[in-house]
Design a protein around this ligand. Structure first.
Ligand code: HEC
Ligand code: HEC
Ligand code: HEC
Ligand code: HEC
Ligand code: HEC
Length: 498
């Protein structure tokens, strides 16, 4: 049985082309099996090897298969024989009947073709599911995606696959993303891509097909407490406290409510921005109860900037949560977080100020950066307080390590990513984020603007206070603002835990 097939394969590989074809097909098939086994058992994990396994080997397999009929065609041409004659020369009569169809030979060819198709189907489904793995997306083009990969792994979505946000469901989405992926491979091969990768990502699917598969707008209710500690640049790194109560409600039908009001099913906000960058609005519209739209114009733009280069965009999750996963930090906030967590010792004099200086310097590449940070901090303490530089050596080393971690996550010189390259739209740092629309220069025809009152989006329970608990001190009834004070006191008792 088995040697029959071997003989068959010998006969079918009629000349050099055919032989090359058979060797290519068989060897790529066998190597594929070995690699697939190694991947399944976890011996090989590298993304490049995955690409080779699922792309290169099946490709060689197909090329080999194509070479075999080419060999036959060449032989027919060179000898001038008919197909029938050639078949008779290569195979004995036993395998060939009167007609080719229905013969043992055609059965064999049919069977082998089926095996080939099954193999290729298997390889391509493996390829598709492999290319959906974050590990592949994050590391296949190594240095290009490294910033996204690093930030992704430290995000709340570290267990959500890239494709769940970037591709969404349905065959259309799949095909579009594969075409896009092919373009990406080309642009990486020929070094055509931009550094940093530009945002916004216009081809992201609407949030309804991605984010809302896991988070649905009706689910947002109530308030979310944010306790923010900032450290000053003095010797003691003195902390100041802010406490916000973010109103994240999506609201009841028809009512104005909290922050997720924008994405409740019955509401719609849409806008056009300068160059479709989503940073500077040209106009913003909000749908009214009677289904008409009320429009607010930006009255600070020059005529040239008012040219609309895109269709209106309906505001969705990504207009605020543009950094849901690839979260780059603000350098100051990143240090504050680590001091607060106790990773960087607040007992090190001027550590906030010097840490910030160390990570703000422009280094040529990551390695120089890591060394530069260590040098800066070590030198600072050696020069200014030799005593501390010896007595607090472990704290200094730890601080250096933490600063290096911050640096590694946020700064990627090879992609030109530095502090602020990818701004977040949550909040209103640098008058961006919410203040792109909530401000006093987006004005409607009847002179109204979109509210930007400080209590629209959050109650401010404390704002950069040295002693946030002062609200717990008793209030004198007759003083002005006593009522507000009592309210804050209640809120504080409810929420503030030291
Ligand atoms: C929870 C959803 C989500 C996941 C998971 C996710 N991304 Fe993103 N990604 C986004 C959003 C949102 C943006 C920003 C879009 C914008 O600003 O227009 C983005 C932007 C990007 C960009 C453009 C550069 C940038 O930072 O804006 C790249 C490249 C990217 N993602 C790659 C990846 C890779 C690779 C993975 C998996 C390792 C991944 N993403 C996982 C939501 C996600
Ligand atoms: C496959 C499911 C899934 C998808 C898709 C998804 N998320 Fe999430 N998201 C989660 C889970 C799970 C958490 C909670 C993680 C935790 O509690 O640590 C989360 C957390 C969050 C948080 C809270 C983070 C925090 O600091 O508490 C935000 C904001 C968020 N997601 C926004 C988005 C946005 C915007 C998108 C679309 C771009 C999206 N998510 C897509 C599953 C998903
Ligand atoms: C108008 C801006 C805006 C839009 C649009 C928006 N969000 Fe949010 N979202 C916020 C803000 C602000 C917070 C609270 C701030 C924080 O977590 O730092 C928040 C908080 C969240 C949280 C954490 C909630 C919690 O209980 O702590 C999740 C999850 C979330 N958003 C998901 C989404 C999803 C999914 C969408 C789209 C359906 C969406 N958001 C649309 C601004 C927005
Ligand atoms: C693209 C423009 C746009 C952006 C960006 C935007 N908003 Fe809004 N927001 C609106 C519009 C328009 C309204 C409805 C105003 C009206 O009808 O008076 C609104 C309403 C609100 C409301 C309800 C106000 C009320 O009267 O009850 C809250 C709360 C809110 N936004 C918070 C936020 C927060 C927080 C952010 C940033 C994370 C943000 N918005 C970003 C356009 C925007
Ligand atoms: C349109 C909604 C909106 C308005 C109006 C608004 N804020 Fe905010 N603000 C936010 C959101 C959302 C955050 C949370 C950002 C985050 O989660 O990091 C925030 C954060 C803050 C913070 C903490 C910043 C930090 O991380 O250190 C302060 C302080 C603050 N707001 C003060 C104000 C003041 C003062 C006003 C009035 C001038 C104001 N806000 C108006 C939405 C708003």
């Amino acid at each position: 049985m088995f040697d029959k097939y071997v003989r068959f394969i010998k006969n079918i590989s009629i000349n050099a082309y055919g032989k090359a074809g058979v060797i290519l097909t068989t060897s790529s098939f066998l190597v594929f099996l070995v690699f697939e086994l190694a991947r399944m058992t976890g011996i090989l994990t590298n993304a490049y090897i995955g690409l080779i396994t699922y792309l290169l080997f099946p490709l060689m397999f197909v090329i080999g298969l194509i070479l075999i009929p080419i060999g036959w065609y060449k032989r027919l041409k060179s000898t001038g024989k008919t197909t029938r004659q050639l078949l008779q020369q290569q195979f004995d009569d036993n395998e060939l009947k009167e007609s080719f169809f229905g013969s043992k030979l055609s059965l064999k060819i049919g069977l082998l073709t089926l095996v080939n198709i099954l193999f290729l189907l298997f390889a391509s489904t493996q390829m598709l599911s492999f290319m959906d793995e974050p590990y592949f997306c994050g590391t296949a083009c190594h240095s290009v995606m490294n910033p996204e990969w690093v930030t992704y792994q430290q995000s709340p979505h570290a267990r959500v696959k890239c494709v769940e946000c970037h591709v969404g469901e349905g065959t259309d989405a799949l095909i579009a993303s594969k075409l896009n992926g092919m373009w990406q491979m080309i642009s990486i091969t020929f070094n055509l891509y931009e550094r940093p990768i530009p945002t916004p990502v216009h081809q992201l699917r609407p949030a309804r097909e991605t984010c809302e598969k896991c988070h649905w707008p009706d689910k947002f209710y109530g308030d979310r407490l944010r306790k923010i500690v900032r450290y000053q640049h003095d010797e003691k790194n003195t902390p100041v406290y802010s406490t916000l109560l973010l109103k994240i409600d999506s609201g009841k039908k028809g009512e104005k409510a909290g922050i997720h009001w924008h994405v409740a099913a019955e509401n719609e906000v849409r806008y056009v921005s300068v160059n479709d960058k989503r940073e500077e609005m040209i106009w913003v519209e909000v749908r009214q109860a009677d289904q008409t739209y009320k429009r607010y114009f930006n009255n600070t733009l020059l005529e040239a900037e008012k040219i609309e280069t895109s269709d209106p965009r309906i505001l969705d999750c990504m207009d605020c949560h543009n950094r849901a996963t690839h979260i780059y930090q603000d350098p100051e906030k990143a240090i504050d977080e680590r001091i607060q967590a106790g990773f960087i010792s607040a007992g090190l004099p001027f550590i906030k100020r010097e840490g910030l200086r160390a990570i703000s310097i422009n280094y040529n590449d990551q390695n120089t950066g890591l060394i530069g940070i260590a040098t800066h901090i070590n030198n600072f303490y050696r020069r200014n307080s030799p005593l501390i530089s010896t007595s607090q050596m472990p704290e200094i080393d730890r601080a250096i390590y933490e600063l290096q971690q911050i640096y590694q996550r946020n700064i990627h010189p090879h992609m030109n990513i530095s502090w602020g390259s990818y701004a977040s739209f949550i909040g209103h740092d640098h008058n961006s984020g919410c203040f792109r629309c909530h401000n006093n220069h987006m004005i409607s025809n009847d002179g109204e603007y979109i509210t930007y009152d400080c209590t629209t989006c959050h109650s401010i329970l404390a704002m950069e206070e040295m002693q946030p608990l002062k609200y717990l001190e008793p209030v004198e009834e007759k003083t002005r603002g006593a009522e507000m004070h009592r309210y804050l006191q209640e809120e504080f008792k409810k929420y503030y835990r030291k």
